[in-house]
Design a protein around this ligand. Sequence first.
Ligand SMILES: [Fe+2]
Length: 389
Amino acid sequence: MPAYLKHGSIPRKRHIAHRHEPGFRNEGIYYEEVVTLAGFGRAYSICYHLRPPTRVKKVEPAGTLAIETVDEPALRHHHLRTGRLERAGDPVLDRVALLANDDVILWRCRPAERQRDLYRNAGADEVLFIHQGKGTLHTMFGPLPFRPYDYIVIPRCTTYRIEFDEDRPADLLVIEATGDIRIPPRYLNPDGQLRLGAPYSERDLHGPQGTHVVDREHDTTVLIKDGTRLTRYTLASHPFDVVGWDGMVYPYTFNADDFEPLTGTVHLPPPVQQTFEASGFVLCTFAPRMLDTHPEAIRVPYAHSNVEADEVLYYVRGHFGSRRGVEEASITLHPRGVPHGPHPGTIMASRSMTRTDELAVMIDTIKPLSLTRAALEFDAEDYPYSWLD
Ligand SMILES: [Fe+2]
């Protein structure tokens, strides 16, 4: 989790009255809400509302966000040219799912509209990778500004509205994780601090900037997603009525350009680029970096067979030294069981290079990923043959 953070007005001790006169119904207090992970066993935050956060006026089914996966007749590499994705719809309801297993769903999103309802994912953490766009994530924890190449990590059950600056069309990769998004434990020292030598530090993780109290006693709808089901809740007041909070559960950003890459004398494997992890997958950042320094080093990755992982790369920016034919917003899926490696010509082309400007996001999953029917629209069918001259 990110470091302990505190904003706004909180009482001296947990679970004591936080005085506020006259308060809702003259009760004279702010209302505590404890947001806790793993039952009551792991990280938590404590928030103080103007009104009880539990006042529900209506619960209605609101459909599903079901995804349709396909049974592929053959095991093969895929190249999804998602740069062709049409701009359409709402930033949470009109995402396009492309790859999925029980642990993770990868969506692309190019919204054309503003977010209609407040939204809350009850069953999964979300990481929004901001390929393009700039704006603010609004939650009860306060405004969280974001910019291009930010990962926005949103813990499950965070009600949010994402707003993009109008002049910056948004383009997102969304990673929906069934398990909690975690900082890799090996990056933390026994005192819980990011180690010296970890590829980022607490200074690179940015939480909400202060509180922003929305004091509105009127019906407010929140769409709650749990699995594929959507439920519309009508609350008696706005849920962003928090005057203060503290804790370690809150949305935060980390910018991919703040990742400190390592370079060896010869090629270092992707775990050195790991950024986050969750049950069933790791997320890595291939950031601009110096290339390997040994005079005889091969400066693109060796061919490899992912014996027990499916490997997804999302190409963000720059020239990707080991690939031909990929473009910005391309996604490749290299499944287990079939080797992949540098494309013909790239070994020679990289020989005199000293650094790479590539930026890419990698997701390696333990369980196999399935393509969705929507993904087939972007699939370059000749990609498995792209290693021939
Ligand atoms: Fe690979």
